[in-house]
Design a protein around this ligand. Structure first.
Ligand code: NAD
Length: 525
């Protein structure tokens, strides 16, 4: 955390943080106000001038040093993530630390290559002695506003990519996971990243809103659709560019010819890891009628065998939920399933007085039910039945969301055919959820699941502006389209429209005499 911001925080009010699984107090952090956030953005902008000039090799060293810090402090980091979110330490390592380390080393090593200036084809303009290339310029200050569910990997990964591209970064962590956010600042500091290149500003929604209003050059937001719309509206006032990573209602389609044992295990992990609080959780499962009983039986058997408890115990598979607010959404949805005639096969309860909600499997569901339409973001696995390939795709697409989806079948051609019909940013075949962990591939949603991409080359290009450098190698002659105009000029322009613009070299060659007449005319004038 930048020193200037730390000094200022003494004046700010604070809020306390608690372990959702045990209720233990974890600490407190300051709530930064508008002025402090503006100062942090101004300091980041000042730091940008020097950071932008660093070489890819220098940035690569800094990011790889940050990787070393994370690796050396892995267990402490995992325990903090677990304590702030309630997730098992194993998941903190497998779903946050390992993937973000992989992402960091990849972009540390590959950003220079991906962002390398490149010549682009300009078709027949090349015959006129022209050349074009694209170079990439960092935006400046990138504001990162993440959610609490992956409080380490998402902001750290986005920050590493933004830094490699030459930007400076201000992160406003989700309030419930502020300590993990501050830890990210410490990691970059230990890695020797200069002051104000990475700054953490703690606080709740108002601090986030202040960050968007403080005119960063780009906003990378991860969170709910409602907040995403507010941020897009606020950012639009200054034409600030945004990437929005929003909610999901991700369908899993299982055909009867799939390996049902594997599909059942995948469904259980996909629905219940992080207590279901993943944007790409399996939120609804559609199974072909003839396999429904067997798949449900396998899923229920797997689910009942899961140990739920405090995430710091290493043999715990399902932790607590992260907040009372989120748990209430789960209770509402399960209540609605009950009211609408669905069957709660296992689970369906919270452990009294706690934030532990039992992994819950629900059958006899339909797409009309709330828990099949709205994001539940909790440990529920509602199952519905389909009869045809077409119906499966239609049910999956019947949603305002489109983040990820999965198709399970032993028939690869069929699985690919169905995958291509699904409207979602990522569709996996015989696999669920984990591709956010592949930093090399683009991540982002269709429909209300978001705008723009993080990860992969597409995500890196969000963090730079493309600059086109165009060169005229024949600048001794005037361009045919310059002034003054004349009947001869209009004749030439017609030739451009009917010959040159067809892309045909032959047709273009036939207009050369007219072109020369026009250039001679311009030289005489
Ligand atoms: P949220 O929208 O309540 O909060 C997200 C962040 O925005 C927090 O840091 C919060 O403090 C901040 N914020 C709140 N109001 C703000 C405002 N007016 N201006 C600026 N910042 C503001 O979301 P949440 O409950 O923390 O997260 C859960 C949601 O995130 C789910 O919908 C989940 O699907 C989504 N999510 C999406 C992805 C993805 O990659 N698509 C990944 C993780 C989570």
């Amino acid at each position: 955390m930048a020193e200037s911001v730390q000094r200022e925080t003494a004046k700010a009010t604070e809020f306390e943080l608690f372990d959702p699984a045990t209720g233990e107090r974890l600490g407190s952090v300051p709530v930064l106000d508008k002025r402090q956030v503006e100062e942090a953005v101004a300091a980041a902008r000042a730091a940008f001038a020097a950071w932008e000039r660093t070489s890819f090799a220098e940035r690569r060293k800094a990011i790889l040093r940050a990787c070393e810090v994370v690796t050396a402090e892995m267990d402490t980091i995992a325990r903090l993530i677990s304590a702030e979110t309630g997730k098992p330490v194993g998941e903190a390592i497998s779903m946050e630390i390992a993937p973000v380390l992989d992402l960091m080393q990849f972009f540390a090593k590959r950003t220079a290559k991906i962002l390398k200036p490149r010549r682009i084809s300009i078709g027949l303009y090349g015959l006129l002695g022209r050349r074009s290339k694209i170079v990439h310029k960092p935006w400046g200050v990138v504001a990162i506003i993440p959610a609490w569910n992956y409080p380490f990997s998402i902001p750290l990964g986005e920050a590493a990519m933004a830094l490699m591209a030459g930007n400076t970064v201000v992160i406003k962590p989700a309030e419930a996971t502020s300590l993990t956010g501050l830890l990210i600042g410490d990691i970059f500091q230990k890695a020797g990243v200069p002051k104000d290149v990475v700054t953490i500003v703690t606080g709740a929604g108002e601090t986030g809103a202040a960050l968007v209003a403080a005119r960063p050059d780009k906003v990378m937001f991860t969170g709910s659709v409602a907040t995403g719309k507010k941020i897009a509206a606020e950012a639009a006032k200054e034409l600030t560019s945004t990437v929005l990573e929003l909610g999901g209602k991700d369908p899993m389609i299982v055909f009867a010819d799939a390996n049902l044992k594997i599909a059942a295990k995948a469904a259980v992990w996909g629905a219940f890891c992080n207590a279901g609080q993943s944007c790409s959780s399996v939120e609804r499962l559609y199974v072909e009628r003839s396999a429904a009983d067997e798949l449900t039986r396998l899923i229920v058997e797997e689910t009942k065998a899961l140990k739920q408890g405090v995430g710091t115990d290493e043999d715990v598979s399902v932790g607590s939920m992260s907040s009372e607010r989120q748990l209430r959404v789960v209770e509402d949805h399960v209540e609605d399933f009950r009211r609408e005639g669905a069957t709660i096969v296992t689970g369906g309860r919270r452990r009294e007085g706690t934030l532990f909600y039992e992994p819950t499997v629900i059958t006899n569901t339909t797409n009309r039910m709330r828990g099949m339409r709205e994001e539940t973001f909790g440990p529920t696995l509602p199952i519905a039945i389909f009869d045809t390939e077409r119906e499966a795709a239609e049910l999956a697409n019947d949603s305002e969301f489109g983040l990820t989806a999965s198709v399970w079948s032993g028939d690869r051609a069929r699985a690919r055919r169905v995958a291509e019909q699904i409207h979602a940013g990522t569709v996996t075949i015989n696999e669920v959820l984990y591709t956010h962990g592949i930093g090399q591939t683009p991540w982002g949603g269709f429909k209300n699941s978001g705008r723009g991409r993080t990860h992969g080359a597409a995500g890196l290009f969000e963090l730079v502006q493309a600059q086109h450098i165009h060169e005229n190698l024949l600048a001794v002659l005037p361009d045919a389209w310059w002034m003054p105009y004349s009947p001869n000029a209009v004749k030439t322009f017609r030739a451009f429209a009917t010959k040159f613009a067809t892309g045909s070299i032959l047709k273009t060659a036939s207009m050369v005499p007219q072109l020369l007449r026009r250039i001679m005319e311009l030289r005489r004038k």
